[in-house]
Every structure is written in C-alpha cells, then in structure tokens.
Design a protein around this ligand. Structure first.
Ligand SMILES: Cc1cc2nc3c(=O)[nH]c(=O)nc-3n(C[C@H](O)[C@H](O)[C@H](O)COP(=O)(O)OP(=O)(O)OC[C@H]3O[C@@H](n4cnc5c(N)ncnc54)[C@H](O)[C@@H]3O)c2cc1C
Length: 234
C-alpha cells in the first residue's frame, strides 16, 4: 500500500546552536500519532530526481494539537538539510510516517545507557521528555557527544533534568577532533560502567562510523547484538 503523504505547515523556526535548527510542523490533513524515538520521512523538492526522501526523528513527544518538532544540523553540502534551512514559518513540506523501532524498551528492568552523537540526541531527548513526563523513575545515563561546546543543544534542559531527577545523569562530551575522538572519549567513560558491572540497556544513535564501533564494544563485552539498540543516521 502506498504510504500516506500529507502537507505540513512550518509553525516556527528556531536556531538551537550555530549549526542546529528546530522546526515545528503542523500536519494539515491528519495527526501523526507516534512513539518517542520514531521518525518521519520528508519529501523535499530538491535534488536530481525530486522528491528527495529524508528521515528526521521527532524531538518532542506528541501533543494534543498534533505538532511535530524536528531538530537537524546543516550537513556540509547536504541537499536535504540545506533545503530545510531555507524554510520559514508558513511554508509547507510534504511528509509521511511515523516509522522506526528505536523506541523505549517495554521493560525497563535494567539501567538505561543512552549514547548520542550530535543530532543522534534528537530521538533520545524525545524519550527522556516522555519518560519524565510519566514520572518514570528508571536510572538513566546519557552520554551526548558534540563537535564543539556551542553545539551541545538541549544542554541547559538536560543539566536541569540531572539536577531535578536524582536517577538521571548527563555526561556531555566535546570531540572537536572528529568521530574517532568521540568514540575514544565515549569508550573511556563506558569502560568502568560496563566491565564487570551488571548489564544495562544500551541505546546508541548517530552516524554509522560512531555507533557501529560502540555496538561492537558492547558485543565484545558480552552483550547480544540485539540487546544494543542502534539507530544510524547516514
Ligand atoms: C532514521 C533516521 C533518522 C534521522 N533523524 C535525523 C534527525 O533527527 N536530525 C538530523 O539532523 N538528521 C537526521 N537523520 C539524517 C537525515 O535523514 C539526513 O541524512 C541528513 O540531514 C543529511 O541529509 P542531506 O540531504 O542534507 O545530506 P546528503 O546530501 O545526503 O549528504 C551530503 C554528505 O554528507 C554525508 N552525510 C549524510 N548524512 C549525514 C549525517 N547525518 N551526518 C553527517 N554526514 C552525513 C553524506 O555521506 C554526504 O557526503 C536521520 C536519518 C535516519 C536514517
């Protein structure tokens, strides 16, 4: 069956950092019910064979009015993200969804260990907002890696969450030296938490170059591949 595609109106455009932007969209035909961690597919009027399909995770849980919050970075020479940066309030974009199974596990019977590289934080932020709105008391550690200090988005919100929720720990890391440095820094934080310790529920999100070596680390530490939930962006 063909996927249902509808226009959505841009309600607001907000820069969260010098290279990360938030768009709030309102689907025009029908609401899109979704689970935190899921994504929508935008059909963008650019590229050699439009529409260009690009996936964007929902950054905030669903609301009664049905608006969708997307957060994305401007990828260098990126066709889709470059186009999204041209949108203004009142503009329209075509989309379908929701899709994906990078969602909160049914049973939170172990600590959650969330690792995000840059905009990989988007679905994880949605999950955190959902969990804390439900007064979920799971123990959660978030490691968020950004390419520069000013690119740590939702930083203040996450710091506040860590202060107000004793079960939530937030470890922001800056890896200005690129993907490999991000992996090395993350591993140095992970090792004492994983080796010889009770198992956690790992969830990883970011580029393949970042997420895959970390998943391999967990597998080598005794985790089944399926136990390491992974979402890759490229
Ligand atoms: C399930 C899913 C959810 C996603 N959610 C988000 C989200 O919430 N926010 C977000 O910003 N992005 C998200 N993405 C990535 C997004 O779909 C696009 O791939 C990204 O915006 C780049 O598209 P583009 O057309 O601008 O770049 P392209 O024109 O496709 O690529 C330009 C160059 O950048 C490289 N590249 C492609 N994607 C990335 C990337 N993500 N990071 C670094 N380099 C890249 C390519 O290899 C190419 O060399 C998600 C992807 C998936 C699969």
């Amino acid at each position: 069956m063909a996927e249902f595609t509808q226009p959505a109106t841009v309600l607001s455009v907000t820069d969260l950092t010098p290279h990360v932007r938030q768009l709030v969209l309102l689907p025009q035909t029908q609401k899109i019910p979704f689970q935190p961690g899921q994504w929508v597919s935008l059909k963008l009027p650019v590229g050699p064979k439009p529409p260009l399909n690009r996936a964007y995770s929902l950054a905030a849980p669903s609301t009664a009015s049905g608006e969708l919050t997307l957060v994305f970075d401007r990828v260098m020479r990126g066709l889709g993200s470059g186009y999204l940066y041209t949108l203004n309030p009142g503009d329209e974009v075509m989309l379908s969804g929701p899709y994906g199974n990078f969602t909160i596990p049914q049973q939170l019977d172990r600590d959650l260990l969330l690792v995000a590289r840059y905009t990989g934080l988007v679905p994880i932020r949605c999950m955190l907002k959902h969990l804390y709105a439900q007064r979920q008391m799971a123990t959660i550690l978030l490691i968020a890696v950004a390419p520069a200090e000013e690119e740590l988005f939702f930083h203040q919100e996450l710091l506040t969450l860590a202060v107000t929720h004793p079960g939530f720990r937030y470890l922001p890391l800056v890896a200005a030296g690129g993907e490999q440095q991000g992996i090395d820094l993350t591993l140095s934080m992970l090792r004492p938490l994983i080796e010889g310790m009770p198992k956690v529920i790992p969830m990883l999100c970011g580029t393949k170059g970042f997420a895959r070596p970390l998943r391999t680390y967990f597998v080598e530490a005794g985790y089944d591949r399926k136990e390491v939930k992974t979402e890759t962006y490229d």
